[in-house]
Design a protein around this ligand. Structure first.
Ligand SMILES: Nc1ncnc2c1ncn2[C@@H]1O[C@H](COP(=O)(O)OP(=O)(O)OP(=O)(O)O)[C@@H](O)[C@H]1O
Length: 256
């Protein structure tokens, strides 16, 4: 499969140094997920696409240090994820695919204020800032609400705001909009586009990635295509359609 390279006129983000994966090997259970994966991620908005199990979440977890490579290295803004793991949270924000893996506090304010408090912001100030952030995102008065009583989409929104509250220079998002309604999806996409930080987002919502600077298509742990959305997304979509036709035939149905 052709590998496209991002065009030189795409501006790298200035706030953080690039993310570099060099010769990364990852085995999970009995499965080799990545074998010799090398990538430099410096564009401001990067999308990850690929079939279920292709390695998108694993790649994001490598960047935030939740998974360490079995061989090779991952560096983020000069920090080695193996050596400098404790310093990563100040640089890298992460929004999990499953909100229940992220939320640890009973109330919305505690959840959103947690990152800044960890970074040394006094609790009263962090709480006030959390309330301000919530209000700016249409969630005024949510501070006292029990997270457990929120809908899945509302929880997703809280997780995204909690990640932003910590002021990361790189924000990693793993299918962050799957439960959001259209209004919140559009509002957050616009908000993310305006943020002065680097975003790396795995998504099955191809439409959302059309305005990104770069899209990487992972197929069974390998980079199948890498470049501008207008180049990569049609290739991925064609492959997915072919795959769907095969699946449909296996299930005894008509090709879609
Ligand atoms: N905890 C685990 N133990 C063993 N294998 C795992 C584990 N987590 C993921 N894998 C395997 O690693 C591979 C990559 O999974 P990953 O979650 O990165 O894929 P993905 O592209 O994010 O998929 P999806 O679109 O379904 O979220 C898959 O083959 C998966 O089965």
């Amino acid at each position: 499969m052709t590998i496209f390279r991002p065009s030189p006129q795409q501006q790298p983000v200035r706030q953080a140094g690039p993310v570099r994966l060099a010769g990364v090997e990852v085995t999970r259970g009995a499965r080799t997920v990545f074998s010799g994966l090398s990538l430099t991620l410096s564009e401001r908005r990067i999308g990850l696409v690929g079939d279920n199990g292709s390695g998108k979440s694993t790649l994001l977890r490598l960047v935030n240090g939740l998974i360490l490579p079995d061989a090779g290295s991952v560096t983020v803004d000069g920090l080695d994820t193996r050596r400098d793991r404790r310093r990563l949270p100040a640089t890298v924000g992460f929004v999990f695919q499953n909100v229940d893996h992220q939320i640890i506090f009973p109330t919305v304010r505690e959840e959103v204020a947690f990152g800044p408090i960890q970074q040394g912001v006094p609790k009263a100030k962090a709480n006030a800032e959390a309330d301000g952030l919530l209000a700016r995102h249409g969630c005024a008065g949510w501070g006292e609400r029990a997270v457990a009583d929120l809908s899945e989409g509302q929880k997703q929104l809280v997780c995204i705001l909690a990640a932003l509250a910590a002021g990361p220079r790189i924000l990693l998002l793993d299918e962050p909009f799957s439960s959001l309604d259209l209004a919140n999806r559009l509002a957050l996409a616009a908000r993310l586009a305006a943020l002065d930080l680097q975003v790396v987002m795995a998504s099955h919502d191809l439409h959302l990635l059309e305005g990104f600077d770069r899209v990487i298509w992972l197929k069974a742990g390998r980079v199948a295509a890498d470049g501008r959305p207008a180049e990569v997304l049609p290739l991925y979509e064609a492959d997915a359609r072919a795959h769907a036709a095969e699946l449909s035939l296996h299930l005894g149905g008509q090709a879609p």
